[in-house]
Design a protein around this ligand. Structure first.
Ligand code: NAP
Length: 312
């Protein structure tokens, strides 16, 4: 039989890495299981300016995460790349299975994060990778000197729209209201950006184009008026980036762990879920502020709770 860890942490985003750091420092035997790259959503963020104590101004998410990973490794927490497809969480020993391995632990911290919510316009799925994207850092360079539209009015939409202005000829932010949700400091920068325009009270209804995205219909929600936007003839396409919030990565736990109707995991303030020995931390849980700073705090709290529970 393989090792029974004190704690297995699912996900190596800020919450998972912080949990790993605290668990390692407490001399717990800890394993982080991550299916992809470390960092989760923040790894594709171009610039972070609100993480307390950040050393480098305008540091990218990837750079911050690289330092977090290094720090977590220093305390002995192990990490594997694997995709868990089945969990048995009731009972003293929790079992997590992937296609190639079985992992066991006395405690589990779920830090699986969240993913971008679709815009939910007609034709969206058809044009993913053919004009539609949810990651500016990944895809901005495909739209060098082209026109780009960004949907959303939160921090992500506004920050990513500004990033896209470094590549695109023009960026238009389409928001369903006439006021942004983004932090005021982010808004101030955005309103000063000469390459950024705003289309207020507007939603995207339908996408079209021959193989690649080259037209879309938008609707003014106040007047009901619809407008057809067509790519410049010389360009032949435009980009559409969706930043309309996120959905939790919690499907694996459906029917097992208490969640709200959208799938966010319910915890108490010490990150306990309804199952003893199972904790949730970071964006995957119900909370009012989803930021790196709150994710790392959740991870730390969860790991300390594990340690305390093991002291008997
Ligand atoms: P968010 O804050 O939930 O904002 C989502 C935006 O999308 C809102 O403006 C919302 O409009 C709009 N929206 C939602 N559903 C829509 C739909 N179906 N069609 C059109 N528009 C729709 O999401 P987020 O910007 O991704 O941010 C997520 C979390 O990460 C937040 O807590 C945010 O503060 C944090 N974050 C922080 C930073 C930073 O601090 N630098 C950067 C990125 C993200 P309404 O405004 O009308 O609701």
């Amino acid at each position: 039989m393989g090792e029974i860890y004190d704690v297995i942490i699912l996900g190596a985003g800020p919450a998972g890495l912080a949990a790993g750091l605290y668990a390692g420092r407490s001399r717990l035997s800890a394993l982080i299981i991550e299916k992809g790259q470390d960092g989760g959503q923040i790894a594709v963020s171009d610039e972070i300016e609100n993480y307390p104590g950040q050393k480098v101004e305008g540091e990218s998410g990837a750079s911050l995460i690289a330092r977090m990973t290094e720090q977590t490794e220093r305390f002995g927490t192990k990490r594997v790349t694997d995709t868990i497809t089945e969990v048995v969480l009731e009972g003293e020993i929790k079992v997590l299975r992937s296609a190639r391995a079985e992992y066991q632990a006395k405690n589990v911290i779920i830090a699986t994060g969240a993913h971008p919510r679709p815009i939910e316009c007609k034709g969206e799925a058809e044009y993913i990778g053919k004009g539609v994207s949810y990651c500016a850092t990944c895809d901005a360079n495909f739209f060098e000197d082209l026109e780009v539209y960004v949907v959303g009015g939160g921090d992500s939409a506004v920050e990513e729209a500004m990033y896209l202005t470094k590549f695109a000829r023009k960026v238009t932010l389409i928001h369903r209201r006439n006021e942004l949700r983004a932090a005021k400091s982010i808004q101030e920068k955005a309103f000063k950006n000469p390459k950024l325009e705003f289309m207020w009270d507007t939603i995207v209804e339908e996408l079209g184009g021959d193989e690649i995205l080259s037209e879309m219909t938008v609707k003014n929600v106040k007047t009901g008026e619809t407008t057809r936007i067509v790519a410049d003839e010389e360009d032949g396409l435009f980009g559409l980036f969706g930043f309309v919030g996120t959905l939790p990565n919690s499907k694996l736990f459906e029917g097992i762990i208490d969640m709200d109707e959208r799938g966010y995991i319910r915890t108490d303030e010490d990150m306990h879920t309804n199952i003893p020995g199972v904790y949730a931390a970071g964006d995957v849980r119900i909370k009012s502020l989803r930021q790196v700073v709150t994710a790392v705090a959740d991870g730390a709290i969860a790991a300390v709770q594990v340690e305390r529970s093991m002291q008997g």
